[in-house]
Write a protein that binds this ligand. Structure first.
Ligand SMILES: [Zn+2]
Length: 114
C-alpha cells in the first residue's frame, strides 16, 4: 500500500463520499506530511484511544479535510457503502444452495461440513 495518493485518486474518493460537508471527521495525529485520509468521527476504523498521541485525533469538518487535500478513508467512510462481506455471504449461500434440500437461500447452512 502506498502512503500517498495522487490528486486524481483523492478526487475520485471524495466523489464517493456522500457525507455532509459540515459534518465532523477525524484526522490522525501524525508526523507532518503523512496524513492522507480522514476518518468517520462516529465510527472510525481504528481505535482512536490507542494511537498513542497525547492530544488524540484532530476533529475538523469534512469540508476542511477536503480543502487540506485529504481523501475519505476506505475503511470507515467509503467502505461502508459497499458491504463486501454481505455480498460474499450471499455468494457463499448461492454456491451451497441445493433445491432438493433448501427452500430458500436463507436456509443454507454456511457452517456445514461438506
Ligand atoms: Zn478510517
Amino acid at each position: 500500500m502506498s502512503s500517498s495518493l495522487s490528486a486524481a485518486e483523492i478526487e475520485e474518493r471524495i466523489e464517493k463520499d456522500s457525507g455532509p460537508l459540515n459534518e465532523k471527521v477525524i484526522v490522525k495525529r501524525s508526523t507532518a506530511g503523512t496524513r492522507t485520509v480522514y476518518h468517520n468521527a462516529d465510527d472510525p476504523c481504528y481505535n482512536v484511544d490507542a494511537t498513542g498521541y497525547r492530544a488524540g485525533p484532530e476533529r475538523i469538518t469534512r469540508k476542511e479535510a477536503q480543502e487540506r487535500g485529504l481523501a475519505p478513508c476506505r475503511g470507515c467512510i467509503i467502505g461502508r457503502e459497499i458491504p463486501e462481506t454481505k455480498d460474499n455471504e450471499l455468494y457463499e449461500r448461492a454456491k451451497h444452495f441445493d433445491p432438493d434440500v433448501h427452500d430458500s437461500l436463507a436456509d443454507v447452512d454456511l457452517g456445514g461440513t461438506d
